[in-house]
Design a protein around this ligand. Structure first.
Ligand SMILES: CC(C)=CCC/C(C)=C(\C)COP(=O)(O)OP(=O)(O)O
Ligand code: MG
Length: 417
């Protein structure tokens, strides 16, 4: 059976590789940003060897192994292709003008419906994380559509539910501890640490383990974290579970920095904000793409500096997308809600519109850097699990943009154009 043609994310990596091959050499040391604010090539260690393979070679790599006897190299394949969008079906919402992004096919409505039904039952009945007064907001979040769009290679609904429960749990904690469902920076550190033990358990004496275990049932975030993590570890390898715990510790550290600035009513420098947003970040979502897909990126390949840089760049791009689409919602919320356009405007003394448009440019620079680095890594390390993981991260980036653009229940664009 002929292999399917390259998906958007595969073609994108191939295009980016062509750009990398034609551009100045990238090196393997840490990033060094120059005065232009672009992600300049990094200084230090030896430059990368001669330009990488041409785009067609990379497309062949990214399509993965083909021919007789290679099916087994794909640990899992989707049961059915995503349903094509009916011609002329308008997608809700419009993309931010000038935002570099890749449209995605409309998520399979059958799968969206199934996930939406299952996750509502879990949130309402299984973990009591969604009281009746929050149900409209829960439905408006459209988490089923979000996750189907972000994990197009998930072979089963059960595996997709792993990501969906974690997404709901992560947002429940953000809403209840940090945002508009009773959130506060005061005492956040204690609440976050105790909730984190639902992911990264306490090991202590029997006498004290009992009250700890009881505490995990004491509020919606902890019930949701504990249950979602239980389902996750049933399908994840120990190294995937450890990766996720590490990424969630990063997230919670980011929440604490944001809370410290809120308590002091402090506006950070732009670079300080970008550093915080690299931790208060969607990272724990794309990095489970292999668990959701039913394969594993080995721990040693995940730990490579080049892979860590790709993950950070992709995750940063996804999170600045949130800053851009949630800008008006956050302007309308009580107090000052920090996001990249607001911090640029305040710290660089420019009008709101200019701050917003500069944030768009920063997002675009991050996206181009992600794609170039991912393409270079794909060419340098064409291991099937690496290629599939990179495609999965790229798909998460695209699906995340699709969800932000189309969630007109939650987001609307400023009138800057
Ligand atoms: C799902 C997940 C891991 C979230 C991590 C951090 C987070 C809550 C975001 C990146 C979304 O940011 P924000 O708090 O601004 O959310 P909204 O703009 O209210 O959607
Ligand atoms: Mg936001």
């Amino acid at each position: 059976m002929p292999e399917p043609g390259p998906s958007p994310s595969q073609s994108r990596l191939a295009d980016a590789m062509a750009r990398v091959g034609a551009r100045t050499r990238l090196t393997h040391s840490e990033p060094h940003s120059d005065t232009t604010g672009d992600l300049a090539p990094r200084h230090g260690e030896e430059s990368r060897a001669a330009a990488g393979p041409d785009a067609s070679a990379l497309e062949r790599i990214l399509r993965g192994p083909s021919g007789v006897g290679t099916t087994g190299l794909y640990l899992t394949r989707r049961e059915e292709p995503p349903a094509p969008r009916e011609p002329g079906t308008p997608t809700e919402g419009v993309p931010v003008p000038g935002l570099y992004h890749h449209p995605v096919p409309e998520p399979d409505p059958v799968r969206v419906e199934e996930i939406s039904h299952r996750i509502k039952r879990w949130a309402v009945d299984e973990v009591q994380a969604c009281p009746p007064e929050w149900e409209d907001q829960f439905d408006g979040f459209s988490v089923g559509r979000y996750m189907v769009a972000c994990h197009p290679d998930s072979p089963t609904v059960d595996r997709l539910m792993i990501a969906t429960r974690l997404m709901v749990a992560e947002n429940a904690l953000d809403d209840c501890y940090c945002e508009d469902h009773g959130g506060s920076p005061v005492g956040l550190g204690s609440r976050l640490l105790l909730a984190h033990t639902a992911l990264d358990p306490l090991f202590t004496t029997r006498e004290y383990e009992r009250p700890w275990a009881e505490s995990l049932r004491s509020d919606a975030p902890r019930r949701a974290y504990r249950s979602a993590m239980e389902y996750f570890v049933q399908q994840a390898t120990p190294s995937q579970a450890d990766r996720y715990r590490h990424d969630m510790a990063r997230l919670h550290l980011g929440y604490l920095a944001e809370a410290a600035w809120a308590e002091a009513d402090h506006v950070p420098e732009v670079w300080e904000y970008l550093a915080m947003r690299q931790f208060n970040n969607f990272r724990p979502c794309p990095t489970i793409t292999d668990t959701v897909g039913g394969y594993e990126l080995p721990a040693d390949l995940h730990a490579r500096p080049e892979m860590q840089r790709v993950i950070a760049l992709a995750s940063n791009a996804t999170t600045i997308v949130n800053d851009l689409y949630s800008y008006t919602k956050e302007l309308d919320s009580p107090g000052r809600h920090l996001n990249l356009p607001v911090v640029i405007t305040e710290r660089e003394g420019v009008p709101d519109r200019d701050g917003y448009l500069k944030a768009v440019e920063i997002h675009n620079d991050l996206m181009h850097a992600f794609e170039s680095e991912a393409a270079a890594l794909a060419a340098a390390c064409p291991v099937p699990s690496v290629l599939r993981f990179l495609r999965g991260v790229a798909a998460w980036v695209d699906g995340n943009h699709y969800w932000h653009q189309t969630n007109t229940y939650r987001y609307s664009l400023p009138d800057f154009w």
